[in-house]
Design a binder for this molecule. Sequence first.
Ligand SMILES: NC(=O)c1ccc[n+]([C@@H]2O[C@H](COP(=O)([O-])OP(=O)(O)OC[C@H]3O[C@@H](n4cnc5c(N)ncnc54)[C@H](O)[C@@H]3O)[C@@H](O)[C@H]2O)c1
Length: 259
Amino acid sequence: MSEDGIVRDGLLPGDHVIVTGGGGGFGRSFSRRFAKMGAKVSVWDLNQESGDETVRLVRDAGGEATFFRVDLSSGPDIERAVNATLQVYGSPYGLVNNASIYPRGSLLDMSVATFEKTLSVNITAPFHLIHTFGSAMIAARRGVIINIASGRALEGAVNGANYACSKAAILNLTKTVALEWAKHNVRCNTIIPGVSFTAQPLENTTPEELIARGAARIPLGRIGYPEDVAGLGAFLMSADAAYMTGQAVAMNGGMILVS
Ligand SMILES: NC(=O)c1ccc[n+]([C@@H]2O[C@H](COP(=O)([O-])OP(=O)(O)OC[C@H]3O[C@@H](n4cnc5c(N)ncnc54)[C@H](O)[C@@H]3O)[C@@H](O)[C@H]2O)c1
């Protein structure tokens, strides 16, 4: 309890956190940071190799993590991963809906199947996981959900209607979860990262071009790195954010000024 008599809840050592896309750029950084805070981390990813590497890095640093392979575009596969995860670590205190896909294409070139696949990974899977794990968080009267959006949620995306729509949707899902579950002490916030040095933007350009673009266009003079968003994730997971829910916080070098 603080001096003001308020009990502020946040991640405690031994709590369990699930990070989807935990083998990727941001997901690895989140996993390492939460493990450093004492969490047992479930690293969920489609890619076994990169997920295993995240687990290795966490364990080498003295932390606790386990990899669970999952295809977030498949409801049955999600259910399988949920059951496997519950058997190892039980219900999570924290859930980070971080995985996403970004198949690019103009409106006329993009198939309905591509649009729907993107929504299935980027918004249906987060809903599925929030829906699945929310009851235990509510029963425990503690839990933190962090969703990852994008500046594309605010500005749209040329050649990315699928991605932009999914990211706009997750901003709204965050608000609804926050409003419905605030009375249960379950918090839900969104991080809006800026363009960062990870695989996803590199699908579309070269490392040199990405770095040069950041230096030229981003007010703070560089692109972001996974460690930049990991710190914000740690804050949102912690007791310092106990009075914060339903918000979207941008970490983007000043590129898009959200309010
Ligand atoms: N990097 C950026 O510039 C940037 C900017 C804004 C928002 N974001 C968002 O940040 C989050 C993390 O992105 P990142 O840059 O670390 O990307 P990344 O490509 O490095 O990581 C994404 C991870 O998700 C996994 N994944 C993809 N499809 C999956 C599926 N069907 N099932 C399970 N796992 C799957 C991938 O294997 C990968 O490990 C995403 O939500 C992304 O949209 C990134």
